[in-house]
Design a protein around this ligand. Structure first.
Ligand SMILES: *[C@@H]1O[C@H](CO)[C@@H](O)[C@H](O)[C@H]1NC(C)=O
Ligand SMILES: *[C@@H]1O[C@H](CO)[C@@H](O)[C@H](O)[C@H]1NC(C)=O
Ligand SMILES: *[C@@H]1O[C@H](CO)[C@@H](O)[C@H](O)[C@H]1NC(C)=O
Ligand SMILES: *[C@@H]1O[C@H](CO)[C@@H](O)[C@H](O)[C@H]1NC(C)=O
Ligand SMILES: *[C@@H]1O[C@H](CO)[C@@H](O)[C@H](O)[C@H]1NC(C)=O
Length: 417
C-alpha cells in the first residue's frame, strides 16, 4: 500500500515536473511581445571568450526585453565576457531585469573610451540588476595615470556603472571591481536600493569612490561591502532620504557627504541616516565636508548611529575648511549651512589623536549638533584621542571619550583629501 502510494505520488510529481519544465522552456524562448527569459548566449550569440564584444548581443537583448509588454529578464550566463561599452535605456514597457551570472570585463586601455562611462542604465522604471556576477573595470593601467597629459583621457575616465534617472530599482548581489574612476554613480534616481552589493578595488586606486549619489530621492545602501581607494559612499548635493545600513568600508576614505559649496545652484542635502556600519583602516569614518568661500548650500537632518571604527584616521569629522590642493581661499568661511546632525553610539579606535573634529563655518555656525555615546580611543606616542570643535555648541549626552570639544582647534588644520 505504502509502495503503491509512493509510486502514484512519484508519478504525480514527475508529471508536475514535466509540465513545469515545459512551461519553463516556453518561457525561455521569450521573444515577441511576450517577455520571459532572454539568454544573450542562446538567443543573441554572445560569446564567453573574453574577446568577442558583448555590446551588440546585449543591446539586441535589451531592445527585445524593453519592448515586451510583460516582465522580461535578460540572462548573461556564467563565463567571462568582454564588453566595450553599453548604455541600456528606457523607458521600457514592463518591469525589466538583467541577471548577470558571469564576469564582464572592460577594455583595459583607458584611451578606449569616448565618454566617462562603461555601462549605463538610463530612464528605466522597475529595474532589477541581479545574478551574482562581476563587472570588472580592469583599472590597473588607468591607476598609473600614464600618458595623461598627452592623451587627455584622465579627466574623463569611465565609471563602471551609471544609474541615471531610474525609478524603483533594485541592485542586488553583484560586484563591481577595479573601476577606472567611480565604481557607481547614481544620478536623478527615485527609490533605488543596493543590497548585498560589493565594491572591490585596491586601497591605492585614485578616485575610485564606491557609490556616489547625487540629485536622488530614496537611495538605500544595505549590507554592502566596499573596499576601495576613495570614499566608500559619497553623497553629493540634491541627495534626499538616504539610508545606509550594514555597510563595511575599508580600505577607503569613509562615508562622506560633500564636498559641498564648490558649485553654483547646489541643491540641499536633506535626510541621511547612516546606521550599523563598520569602517576599518580608512582615512575618515563619517564625514561632512564643504569648501571655504565659494557657493552657498544646506545640509540637514543627518544621523549617524551604531558605527564601529577600527584604526580610522578621522572617525568623526565635519570639515567646513575642506581645501585640498589649495584650491580655495582658506581664510574665507563656508557658505554651506549645516543643521540637525547627530552622532550616536560611535565607538572604536582612531589612527590619529584627532578622533572628533567638528570644524564649522564662522559665518554660518553648525546648528543642532548632537554627540551621544562616543567612545573612541587612540594609543601611540602622539597621545590620547582628542575632540576639537569650532563654531558649534553640540548637545552632549552619554559617555564621551574623548571629552567633547576638549581641545582647541589649531590655527591651520592639516588639509585632508
Ligand atoms: C521601491 O522600489 C522597489 C523595487 O526595488 C519596489 O518594490 C517598491 O514598491 C518601491 N517603493 C515605492 C514606495 O514605490
Ligand atoms: C547590520 O549590518 C550587518 C552587515 O554588516 C547586517 O548583516 C545586519 O543585518 C545589520 N543589522 C541590522 C539591524 O540592520
Ligand atoms: C587593516 O590593516 C591591517 C594592517 O595593515 C591589516 O592587517 C588588516 O587586515 C586590515 N583590515 C582590513 C579589514 O582591511
Ligand atoms: C592602520 O591603518 C594604516 C593605513 O591607514 C595601516 O598602515 C596600519 O598598518 C594600520 N594599523 C593597524 C594596527 O591595523
Ligand atoms: C531640524 O529639526 C527640527 C526639529 O526636528 C525641525 O523642526 C527643523 O525643520 C529641522 N531643520 C531643517 C533645516 O530641516
Amino acid at each position: 500500500m505504502a509502495i503503491q502510494f509512493n509510486f502514484v505520488s512519484s508519478m504525480l510529481i514527475l508529471l508536475l515536473l514535466t509540465i513545469s519544465s515545459a512551461k519553463a522552456q516556453k518561457v525561455s524562448r521569450g521573444g515577441g511581445g511576450g517577455g520571459g527569459i532572454i539568454d544573450v548566449v542562446a538567443k543573441f550569440g554572445a560569446k564567453a571568450d573574453e574577446k568577442t564584444d558583448l555590446s551588440k548581443p546585449l543591446l539586441d537583448a535589451w531592445k527585445e526585453a524593453c519592448a515586451s509588454t510583460s516582465p522580461a529578464k535578460i540572462v548573461i550566463p556564467k563565463g567571462t565576457y568582454f564588453l566595450s561599452t553599453a548604455t541600456l535605456e528606457g523607458p521600457c514597457k514592463a518591469p525589466i531585469e538583467l541577471q548577470v551570472e558571469g564576469t564582464i570585463k572592460a577594455p583595459a586601455n583607458p584611451g578606449a573610451f569616448k565618454e566617462p562611462k562603461w555601462i549605463a542604465f538610463s530612464k528605466i522604471e522597475n529595474f532589477k540588476l541581479s545574478g551574482g556576477g562581476v563587472f570588472d573595470g580592469q583599472g590597473t593601467i588607468a591607476y598609473k595615470r600614464e600618458g595623461c597629459g598627452k592623451n587627455n583621457f584622465c579627466g574623463s575616465l569611465p565609471i563602471n556603472l551609471r544609474f541615471d534617472f531610474l525609478t524603483n530599482a533594485m541592485i542586488q548581489g553583484v560586484t563591481t571591481k577595479d573601476s577606472k574612476q567611480f565604481h557607481v554613480n547614481v544620478l536623478g534616481c527615485k527609490n533605488i536600493t543596493f543590497e548585498h552589493f560589493t565594491v572591490s578595488a585596491p586601497g591605492e586606486s585614485p578616485n575610485t569612490d564606491g557609490i556616489h549619489i547625487g540629485r536622488s530621492d530614496g537611495v538605500n545602501v544595505l549590507n554592502t561591502e566596499i573596499k576601495t581607494g576613495d570614499d566608500c559612499v559619497s553623497i553629493g548635493d540634491g541627495s534626499k532620504n538616504l539610508v545606509i545600513n550594514g555597510v563595511t568600508c575599508g580600505p577607503g576614505h569613509g562615508i562622506s557627504i560633500g564636498s559641498l559649496g564648490l558649485f553654483k545652484n547646489e541643491e540641499p542635502v536633506d535626510g541621511v541616516t547612516v546606521k550599523n556600519c563598520t569602517l576599518t583602516n580608512t582615512s575618515n569614518g563619517v564625514r561632512i565636508k564643504s569648501w571655504p568661500g565659494a557657493e552657498s548650500g544646506t545640509c540637514s537632518n543627518i544621523h549617524y548611529e551604531d558605527i564601529t571604527v577600527t584604526n580610522v584616521s578621522s572617525p568623526i569629522i565635519i570639515d567646513q575648511k575642506y581645501c585640498p590642493w589649495n584650491k580655495c581661499k582658506i581664510n574665507e568661511e563656508s557658505k554651506v549651512k549645516l543643521s540637525n546632525i547627530s552622532f550616536k553610539n560611535i565607538h572604536g579606535t582612531s589612527a590619529l589623536p584627532e578622533a572628533v573634529k567638528i570644524i564649522c563655518s564662522a559665518t554660518l555656525p553648525c546648528e543642532n549638533v548632537e554627540l551621544a555615546n562616543i567612545e573612541i580611543t587612540h594609543s601611540g606616542p602622539t597621545g590620547p584621542a582628542v575632540s576639537q570643535c569650532s563654531n558649534v555648541k553640540p548637545k552632549v549626552s552619554g559617555k564621551q571619550n574623548p571629552t567633547a570639544c576638549s581641545t582647541p582647534v589649531p590655527a591651520n588644520p592639516t588639509p585632508t583629501t
